[in-house]
Design a protein around this ligand. Structure first.
Ligand code: CP
Length: 355
């Protein structure tokens, strides 16, 4: 029996997150105790979109657990370039691997992949939708550097529209008591309504803010993000947003001494290089801690010791998905399956866009 797929970190309970964070901490402190735990197991990394951290930290995680890795980091070098569907690729690779990690530019691709794999699937980022293991990285980091996940004033800054790491982080941190959010962006790059609905539903206070200066002095955590050039409809639309939010030493001088500056990376120009040596700059530490989080996740998934509720009750909808970035528009054999969200509203099973 499979333990389920990790498509959305919110399919796990807070208790499960706590197990993962504790295990990641123990692996970091006692790496030799874990170096043979995945001996004989194979992890596949199927990256249809570029990555440094997620791909390599998953690979390093499996190697450090004593397992082996296969996969591609560019679909051009696989039979995807000959027209092989995601469905067939998953059917094939699950003959070779015990667990599959997928990154894909289309929203909902990880859910689609999981329908055809015969082993657990981990979502390593599906377009602008979700990036659950970045969120796991962020939870491990906040727990390690702040010692808690409650009562934090968290600023998220930059591309809040396309920034899937922000969407997942807001969703996750809204499940802890006393967190307050500052959503710092231009109106064009504001957080999608569904994220605000999640915060409202959780009773989490938030403010939408147009400039870093308006709130930097109040923050415990500042989560910077890159403006995601690749997700804009036109180069002109990107140019209008480029460089609007840059964290400079001058701005940081107004922040608290114990501020944690995080960033999922890669960085372009939104954090001045002069900040890297400031003790508050924790984004490189964050990338390192993410590997231990992924080791904990692989271990618990392969040992089937994890409780993930990734199953959904769904049915086929007559109309196509209204989200042009949904995987159903590129993998045409996929039926437009829909399921209820937490408020009973019908959403696309894959990309979670409202019907
Ligand atoms: N944070 C993150 O997802 O980085 P990569 O795109 O390099 O994997």
């Amino acid at each position: 029996m499979s333990c389920g797929d990790l498509l959305d970190l919110n399919d796990c309970s807070v208790t499960e997150w706590t197990h993962l964070i504790k295990l990641a901490d123990d692996i970091r402190l006692n790496p030799r105790d874990y170096m043979r735990r995945c001996e004989g197991k194979v992890l596949a990394t199927l990256f249809y979109e570029p990555s440094t951290r997620t791909q390599m930290s998953f690979q390093a995680a499996m190697l450090r657990l004593g397992g082996q890795i296969i996969g591609f980091d560019n679909p051009v070098n696989s039979s995807v370039s000959k027209g092989e569907t995601l469905m067939d690729t998953m059917r094939i690779v699950s003959n070779y691997a015990d667990i599959i990690v997928v990154r894909h530019p289309q929203e909902g691709a990880a859910r689609a992949a999981s329908l055809y794999a015969r082993c657990p699937v981990i979502n390593a980022g599906d377009g602008g939708h979700l990036h659950p293991t970045q969120t796991l990285t962020d939870l491990v980091t906040l727990s390690t550097v702040k010692g808690k996940l409650t009562g934090l004033r968290i600023g998220v800054c930059g591309d809040l529209k396309f920034g899937r790491t922000v969407h997942s982080l807001l969703k996750a941190m809204s499940r802890f008591e006393g967190n307050r959010f500052y959503l710092i962006s231009t109106p064009e790059l504001a957080v999608p309504d569904y994220c605000k609905e999640i915060l409202d539903h959780a009773g989490c206070p938030y403010e939408e803010v147009g400039a870093l200066d308006e709130c930097i002095g109040e923050l415990d955590v500042l989560y910077m993000t890159r403006i995601q050039q690749e997700r804009f409809a036109t180069p002109e639309a990107y140019e209008k947003q480029r460089g609007v939010f840059v964290l400079t030493p001058e701005k940081l001088s107004r922040a608290r001494k114990d501020l944690a500056v995080l960033h999922p990376l890669p960085r372009v120009d939104e954090i001045d290089l002069a900040i890297d040596d400031d003790p508050r700059a924790l984004y490189f530490t964050q990338a390192r801690l993410g590997m231990f989080g992924r080791m904990a996740l692989i271990l618990r998934m392969l040992e089937e010791d994890i409780n993930i509720h990734s199953e959904r009750n769904y049915h086929v909808h007559a109309a196509d998905c209204s989200n042009p970035r949904c995987i159903t528009h590129t993998e045409k054999y996929l039926p437009h399956n829909v399921c209820p969200d937490e408020n009973g509203q019908e959403i696309c099973l894959y990309c979670e866009e409202k019907c």
